[in-house]
Design a protein around this ligand. Structure first.
Ligand code: PMP
Length: 399
């Protein structure tokens, strides 16, 4: 039996590691296996050189000083280090502003800081009936700032509805008010043009596996400031990464991370144009096949600049997203519920847009990426349209 693998449409969850990235990593599992901290011999010095070279290449792509890049195990760790590392060191009463649509690896550490005495404001985004749905306006951000606000966290691009935030304007407010700004840029790096030197954020998290690199490696950027930003480590040990993050460096991962960032940066415009075209075609096909049965979650279709090129988030009028996915084993997509717990909860992002629980559950997220092909688009659209019609009909018969 020749069963073809499902079409992968879940590129916000993770991306396939690019074969060129794998190629770049291979020698560091083999002949160059040294510990980057063992600089008393050639194995270690070669590994160390590869790490520093990778740091410089990543920094160059993102217009950053190399010394501001610290390697971590991924964006979850980077977000924790930014939030807990900064605020535990600050260690004075204060107020935090974040958005209600942050990833759980931002929201959970913020809740930890709340439990330690910090006051927290979680900003609601523009609501689902607005053309700017999901956006945090700089005015709303400014209105939430208080004289005692010390820290803010605003994700650059959302992992569910793809909305891109006006971070530069928010950073200007933070700069003027003396607030340290963290941004979770995990979904944005490699997908939209970014000049970190102009972005204005003080702490920036991102991860290799979202940009066609390996899993288990990420970075936290700690911008150069006067006086310097000081963070308490979350992991103690041998003092790696200039004391901020102990633990033997993942040399193959770091080398792969740099290769992945470079591939994204060198081909960014052409790649994002191609992905956005596929995404637009998919939505057009779905709209013409399903009409009023579907609606778009997130920013309006007339505002393409507000959404990541590969993102589509669709709400069905009469269907549950999970049920639909069960009937579409030939497609790999994600539903509007978080299945990390036994009882799948509706997405907090969709609820924060003002959607009801049933509406959130009636949603699916589609994430297109580098390895999708134009040929897959009509196949995916036809599968979704057929499954929707079938389910709507059988629901009507049942009741
Ligand atoms: N932030 C965002 C916006 C994400 O999409 C993810 C991954 N789902 C993370 C953080 C966590 O990244 P990692 O898997 O590298 O820990």
């Amino acid at each position: 039996m020749n069963v073809s693998p499902p079409i992968y449409l879940d590129n916000h969850a993770t991306t396939r590691c690019d074969p060129r990235v794998v190629e770049a990593m291979l020698p560091f599992f083999g002949e160059t296996y040294g510990n980057a901290a063992s600089t008393t011999h050639a194995y270690g010095t070669l590994a160390r050189r590869a790490v520093e070279d990778a740091r410089e290449r990543i920094a160059a792509c993102l217009t950053l000083p190399a010394q501001s890049v610290y390697f971590t195990s991924g964006a979850t760790e980077s977000n924790n280090l930014a939030i807990q590392g900064y605020l535990r060191r600050w260690n004075r009463p204060g107020h935090i502003v974040a958005t209600a649509i942050e990833h759980s690896s931002v929201l959970e550490p913020i809740e930890v800081m709340r439990s330690l005495g910090y006051d927290v404001t979680l900003l609601s985004p523009e609501q689902h009936d607005s053309p700017l749905a999901g956006r945090i306006s700089p005015e709303a951000f400014l209105a939430a700032v208080r004289p005692d606000t010390v820290f803010a966290s605003v994700g650059l691009a959302n992992n569910e509805i793809g909305v891109i935030q006006p971070l530069r304007q928010i950073a200007e407010i933070c700069r003027a008010k003396g607030i340290v700004l963290h941004t979770d840029a995990t979904q944005a790096v490699g997908k939209i043009p970014l000049d970190f030197s102009e972005l204005g954020a003080d702490l920036i998290s991102f991860s290799a596996h979202k940009l066609y690199g390996p899993k288990g490696i990420g970075a936290l950027v700690v911008a150069k400031r006067t006086p310097p930003l000081r963070l308490t480590p979350m992991i103690f040990g041998g003092g790696h990464e200039r004391g901020l993050r102990s633990g033997t460096l993942n040399v193959p991962g770091i080398v792969g991370f740099a290769a992945a960032v470079e591939l994204c940066c060198h081909n960014l415009q052409a790649e994002s144009d191609r992905i956005a075209l596929m995404r637009d075609r998919l939505f057009d096909l779905l709209k013409s096949g399903l009409g009023e049965e579907i609606a778009l979650n997130g920013p309006s279709w007339e505002r393409p600049g507000l959404r990541l090129p590969g993102n589509l988030n669709i709400r069905f009028r009469r269907l549950d997203g999970e049920t639909l996915l069960l009937h579409l084993p030939q497609l790999a997509m994600s539903s509007g519920s978080a299945c990390s717990s036994a009882t799948a909860k509706p997405s907090h992002v969709l609820l924060a847009l003002g959607l009801s629980e049933p509406e959130a559950r009636a949603s699916i997220r589609i994430g297109l990426g580098r390895f999708n092909t134009e040929q897959e688009i009509p196949i995916a659209a036809a599968a979704i349209i057929n499954a929707t019609h079938k389910l709507v009909q059988s629901n009507a018969i049942l009741g």
